[in-house]
Write a protein that binds this ligand. Structure first.
Ligand SMILES: [Cu+2]
Length: 452
């Protein structure tokens, strides 16, 4: 038998090509070899004359990419992929012909028999969001005459019909608004909480159901509260089907261990001490974070400023965007990447407090804690008919009672938070909105019903 050529990589252009070539060169030195093969077990394409040869290629999954992401194989060869997972999270490799590795844990290497290669074959990681985030791979057969496999290798169609969002419609029967009342700080200086990641299908807009990824079953997750100096001991349980994690902005620590993604069935303890006041975001720490946050995994931790006075009514509003997938499915990552939300919401549901208004009495002082969970859009919180005499944002007061000025909005970039206070002067219905008007139209609005 002659000495066969090693697999080749077709130039991709630019940095990607250079990276792929370097990686492939390194990998080939270790692992790529051509063997005499037995019968292939999983043919991936149409008619081709078997060469009787096997091409083996080492592929590493790292940083949500396959390296290399393009494999060239002589047509008629059997292809063996030795897949090493070099990431801190799980991956797999699925080929359009049907061959799949199954889930590969971090640091593990598995061997995939891709069968006889006769044309172009698409591959991808099938864990949620990974393919859309760029974990794709292409096998190209050199000398192939057919093109049918090229088509067979295409991805299934994008998620189907997304129901339109009607933010004016009534919520479905049995709808319960997310309780916007701010919790009180629990007694004691150490707060223990179990956070269960639950993947639940629920109504996210009138007539629209999505499979949301949640902390403790709600979107947003539970609101935590404490004082400066309090310690939080959170036990995170992954009761979901894919890796999840958590990141608490309210504490400062090395993220390596507490923020690591954990597999379904695992748990971790995340302990932090809140040394600074504010309303802090927490969110899933697993890649692609855009998808995990965009699909519901976020919440708020309130750490009271030391001099915080009691008020008549205290509410928490977490603004976020909804990027809908098909009915009953998870959110659409490509819409998240293009920042094209179907709805913008306070506490998970468009216009829910238009239908279930917040309440106050004329002359009451009302405090609104607001967090912009994004994942990508800024907020501009405004109460129609009201002026704020107190604005606290990102760690400091910008305005306090007695100052000559007033404020009309609380401006928040993604992941920023604060609170505003106002005294609603007379009975009536005071709408509140994000004054980014397209987002108010998309559902970032509600109202306060003020009794005499
Ligand atoms: Cu997650």
């Amino acid at each position: 038998m002659s000495t066969p050529p090693a697999p080749t990589v077709r130039p991709l252009g630019g940095i990607a090509a250079g990276l792929a070539l370097v990686l492939l060169a390194v990998l080939l030195g270790v692992a790529a070899q051509r063997l005499t093969a037995g019968p292939a077990t999983a043919s991936t394409a149409g008619p081709v004359t078997p060469t009787g040869h096997t091409t083996t290629v080492a592929v590493t999954a790292k940083d949500m990419r396959f390296h290399p992401d393009r494999i060239t194989v002589p047509a008629g060869d059997r292809l063996i992929v030795e897949l090493t997972n070099g990431d801190q999270r799980r991956h797999d490799l699925v080929l359009a012909g049907g061959a799949k590795t199954g889930t590969v844990a971090a640091g593990r290497t598995v061997t995939l028999d891709a069968g006889l290669i006769s044309g172009t074959v698409a591959g991808w990681c099938s864990l949620p969001g990974h393919r859309q985030a760029g974990m794709t791979l292409t096998v190209v057969a050199t000398g192939a005459t057919d093109t049918a496999a090229t088509h067979a290798g295409h991805a299934p169609a994008a998620p189907g019909d997304t129901p339109p969002v009607d933010t004016m419609a009534d919520p479905g029967a049995g709808f319960q608004a997310y309780d916007a009342a701010a919790p009180v700080s629990p007694p004691g200086r150490t707060h223990r909480l179990d956070l269960h990641v639950r993947e639940v299908e629920r109504e996210v807009a009138p007539g629209v159901r999505q499979k949301m990824w949640t902390y403790n079953g709600t979107v947003p997750g539970p609101v935590l509260r404490g004082r400066v100096g309090d310690t939080f001991e959170i036990t995170l349980h992954n009761d979901g089907t894919v890796d999840h994690g958590v990141d608490f902005h309210a504490g400062a620590l090395a993220p390596d261990r507490p923020m690591r993604p954990i597999e379904p069935g695992e748990q971790l303890t995340y302990r932090f001490t809140a040394t600074r006041a504010g309303i802090w975001m927490y969110h899933c720490s697993t890649m692609p974070m855009l998808l995990h946050i965009g699909n519901g995994m976020y919440g708020a931790v309130i750490i009271d400023p030391p001099d915080l006075a009691a008020v008549a009514h205290e509410y928490v509003l977490v603004q976020s965007e909804l990027y809908l997938g098909a009915q009953g499915a998870i959110g659409d990552l490509s819409k998240m990447q293009r920042e094209q939300p179907d709805a913008v919401v306070f506490n998970g549901y468009p216009a829910q407090y238009v239908h279930r208004p917040l309440t106050a009495r004329a002359g009451d002082r009302v405090r609104f804690w607001v967090l912009d969970a994004g994942p990508s859009r800024a907020g501009s919180f405004h109460v129609v008919g009201a002026q704020f005499d107190t604005v606290y944002t990102e760690g400091r007061y910008q305005l306090r009672p007695g100052d000559p000025g007033g404020a009309q909005v609380l401006s928040l970039g993604p992941a920023a938070g604060g609170f505003v206070e106002t005294v609603l002067p007379e009975a009536g219905h005071y709408p509140f909105v994000s004054h980014a008007m397209a987002d108010a139209d998309r559902g970032a609005r509600g109202q306060v019903e003020v009794a005499p």
